[in-house]
Design a protein around this ligand. Structure first.
Ligand code: ADP
Length: 399
């Protein structure tokens, strides 16, 4: 079955068409500046020229129409008609407590995703718009919602209940949900396969280090804790997000300096993290380069980042009663040897040994620990789209 995977953001849309007989990605595309002047669709197929559409795309429905046209374009010659798309898998950021698994989308599911808007006001609305647009244009194609939060629904209460008045959980659903679940699930399943082990026998720490960063403790194939929280702002330091800080900083700034809640939101989400400390960039490549040139604040930003990740790895090894394998993934985790090494520095007591030559290889499935290392360390490129497509096919084939 050819499965279309859609990841809809507020002004962008990423898509892939995957042939699920072979799990081969046939085409990848990105639409940018939806609803803004200068909309552009760029579609890539291996070994062929890029296919580009530069046309006004005032809304997601127009963008998806262009995606469907791009998929049947003669230059790329991927599919002849839309009817060849057997199913569509949608990435949905927040499924609240209701969804611990992916689901076939019907009106009721759409309503529940709508109910979660208050929990993810920036993310769920564009996800819903994407689903609605696809349903309108492909009314007979089954669609599946795959939630970023679902994998973490296995966390025990002591991990997900915030130590606030309990009524706030009961009344408003304030608790840890966790995000990047599709990625944590993918890499934990992949590492079990690569090591030839049953995932039920493994204690895994997964480190998803990209623009957003989160770690998860995966025991016996289940997420038992993760570093992001009620929102993707919590946990370790990130590109522009602070990660967890003392919440009193917020009332202090609001009371003493008249900051508004929007100012605070902007500071914590957009101006903090690696960007805020370094003053250079949120992009790790820039900060690494500046640090090498001797920029002290760039170095400090990296030092804090490594420290936070290191502390989180140690904590998760602790709560699982040990660790069998540590996995690095996403932009930084897959590509930066120095970051991997620094995030592990001082944790050798857990029982691993790093092979520097192996660690210098990037962007592919690679063991970076030595053959004799008791605890294994790997880099595994994440593939959230494939995970979404797998769940989609699994559910659609039962229809
Ligand atoms: P997103 O969370 O948006 O999906 P990615 O997983 O693509 O983000 O990760 C983006 C991050 O990966 C950026 O900070 C970027 O600097 C970093 N990155 C990409 N390639 C490298 C590299 N070769 N070395 C260090 N960092 C890298």
């Amino acid at each position: 079955m050819k499965t279309l995977v859609i990841n809809c953001g507020s002004s962008s849309l990423k898509y892939q068409l995957i042939d699920m007989e072979t799990e081969e990605s046939l085409v990848q595309g990105l639409v940018e500046r939806i609803g803004i002047d200068g909309s552009i669709l760029t579609q890539k197929v291996e070994g062929k020229n890029k296919y580009v559409i530069e046309e006004n795309m005032p809304n997601h429905k127009t963008a998806i129409k262009h995606v469907l046209n791009a998929l049947v374009n003669k230059e790329h010659n991927i599919i002849e008609s839309m009817d060849e798309i057997g199913a569509v898998g949608h990435r949905v950021v927040h499924g609240g407590e209701k969804y611990s698994h992916s689901v076939i989308i019907d009106n009721e599911v759409l309503e529940s995703i709508r109910d979660c808007i208050s929990l993810a006001p920036l993310h769920n609305p564009p996800n819903i718009i994407g689903i609605e647009a696809c349903r309108e244009l492909m009314p007979n194609t089954p669609m599946v919602a795959v939630f970023d939060t679902a994998f973490h629904q296995t966390m025990p209460k002591e991990a997900y209940i915030c130590p606030l008045p309990y009524e706030l959980y009961e009344k408003y659903g304030i608790r840890k949900y966790g995000f990047h679940g599709t990625s944590h699930m993918y890499v934990s399943q992949k590492i079990a396969e690569v090591m030839g082990k049953d995932i039920k026998d493994l204690k895994i720490v997964t480190c998803h280090l990209g623009n957003g960063c989160s770690l998860a403790a995966v025991k016996g194939g289940k997420s038992i804790d993760t570093s992001m929280g009620f929102t993707p702002l919590a946990g370790v330091m990130m590109g522009t997000r602070s990660g967890s800080i003392d919440p009193s900083v917020i009332s202090f700034l609001m009371e003493q300096y008249d900051y508004t809640i929007n100012d605070i939101d902007e500071i914590l989400n957009k101006k903090s993290g690696v960007l805020g400390i370094s003053g250079v960039s949120s992009d790790f490549r820039d900060v690494l380069a500046e640090s090498e040139k001797g920029n002290k604040r760039a170095k400090l930003a990296l030092d804090i980042f490594h420290y936070k990740v290191r502390a989180q790895i140690a904590a998760y090894a602790g709560i699982m009663g040990g660790v069998d394998v540590i996995v690095f993934t996403a932009g930084i985790g897959e590509n930066s040897a120095i970051t991997r090494k620094e995030c592990l520095r001082g944790l050798e007591f857990l029982g691993f040994e790093i092979d520097d030559e192996r660690n210098s290889i990037r962007g592919k499935i690679q063991e970076i620990s030595t053959d004799t290392s008791k605890v294994k360390v790997y880099e595994i490129p994440t593939n959230e789209e494939l995970m979404i497509a797998r769940d989609t096919v699994k559910l659609v084939s039962k229809l």
